[in-house]
Design a protein around this ligand. Structure first.
Ligand SMILES: Cc1cc2nc3c(=O)[nH]c(=O)nc-3n(C[C@H](O)[C@H](O)[C@H](O)COP(=O)(O)OP(=O)(O)OC[C@H]3O[C@@H](n4cnc5c(N)ncnc54)[C@H](O)[C@@H]3O)c2cc1C
Length: 349
């Protein structure tokens, strides 16, 4: 008999899970709280394993045709001195493919349109996931970092503010580089390629949660920093500016599964964006979950395999992302940090 799954949340993780299960022959329904499924945001770096996950979902053309490789990037000081290179060459060598940049709306649209129409219910928030359990073989909590599914079945863990705010934007011009990051004291900024005619930038600032800066204030804080930071900010439409307080979980979860309920993506392991891994891991979770459910085992048994496969690596990455954020955004001892980065060249290709 066809098995059924209810997926809560139509972000990157929920859409990818719905697609993976649909391709495996499951009857899938997705509940999304907002009236539309749209990818808001700038660009994402897809690491090789995340590209493989997309290919396993039938989206090879998206990887081949709608992304661009990100190969050369530096970490510099605000005075323009190069500290080291971002580890892009090493990732390409070990992963067998370069990191590829994709516009977030492009990725979400590719996942959404690969699903049959009518499978996603929008304006349909789930308040009590228990209601879905009785009627479905599987319930997937893909409802992001403030997950109601996590609160319902995985008590004892909550989000905590990591002490910095992320701001992002897109320019209407294609900046030719040099790409990469500039690390100041308690503030970093970065510029990456994105797609023809557009450039992606981001900034992280050590600030109290909820602090609001507008584009002019950000330009002031980054005045005099090496190009292309200034050029990217100057070419940004203030209406496209995004701002997020950055969180992870105060305690890693003891399990990502509970009976026939599984957590994926940020619901399971929200992490600081410092290593650019959250969406990548959500895609890998989705592919792994469908893989584990591919045989005729009882769902709860298959979920135990999913938990074993995904919990440790994602929790390691969440920890590494948090620690890396502390180094990146150190507000004192900047000279010591920079000397250590130069001496150990931790990222050198
Ligand atoms: C500043 C910043 C930069 C980032 N950069 C990168 C990067 O370069 N590379 C990378 O891989 N990752 C990056 N990430 C992380 C990435 O954005 C997330 O990890 C990823 O989007 C998580 O996807 P998700 O589907 O798990 O959660 P979400 O995208 O949060 O989706 C959850 C969905 O569930 C819906 N929902 C929530 N509650 C309910 C409910 N009760 N009922 C119904 N629907 C509900 C929400 O509306 C949403 O659509 C970044 C994150 C930030 C904040």
């Amino acid at each position: 008999m066809t098995k059924s799954a209810a997926v809560i949340g139509a972000g990157i993780g929920g859409l990818a899970t719905a697609l993976a299960l649909h391709r495996a022959g499951w009857k899938v329904s997705v509940r999304e709280r907002w009236p539309e499924v749209v990818g808001v945001g700038t660009a994402l770096g897809l690491w090789p394993e995340a590209q493989q996950a997309l290919i396993s979902l039938g989206l090879r053309a998206t990887v081949d045709e709608q992304t661009i490789p990100y190969r050369d990037a530096l970490i510099r000081t605000p005075a323009g001195r190069t500290l080291t290179a971002l580890p892009l060459a090493r990732i390409e060598r070990t992963g067998g493919a370069p990191v590829r940049m994709i516009a977030r709306p492009t990725l979400v649209e590719a996942l959404r349109t690969a699903l049959p129409p009518g499978l996603i219910s929008t304006s349909s928030p789930v308040a009590d996931p228990e209601e879905l359990r009785a009627d479905h073989d599987l319930v997937v909590g893909a409802d992001g970092f403030r997950s109601v599914v996590r609160s319902a079945y995985f008590p004892g863990s909550d989000v905590r503010y990591l002490g910095f705010v992320a701001m992002r934007g897109v320019t209407g011009h294609e900046q030719q580089g040099p790409y990469g990051e500039v690390w100041g004291r308690g503030i970093i900024a970065g510029v990456t390629p994105m797609e023809p005619g557009r450039t992606n930038w981001y900034c992280a600032l050590r600030l109290p949660a909820g602090t609001r800066l507008d584009l002019d204030e950000l330009r002031e804080r980054l005045a005099g920093w090496p190009e292309p930071i200034g050029a990217a900010l100057a070419a940004t439409d203030p209406d496209t500016l995004l701002r997020h307080d950055v969180y992870d979980l105060d305690h890693p979860l003891r399990s990502y599964v509970h009976g026939n309920v599984a957590l994926i993506g940020d619901a399971a392991h929200v992490m600081a964006p410092t290593l650019g891994q959250g969406a990548c891991q959500a895609l890998i979770d989705a592919a792994a979950l469908a893989d584990c459910l591919a045989d005729d085992r009882p769902v709860a048994d298959a979920l135990v395999t999913y938990d074993r496969a995904r919990r440790r690596p994602t929790q390691r990455l969440a920890r590494a992302s948090r620690l890396f954020g502390r180094v990146m955004l150190a507000s004192g001892m900047g000279g010591v940090r920079n000397a250590a980065i130069r001496a150990s060249a931790p990222f050198a290709g």
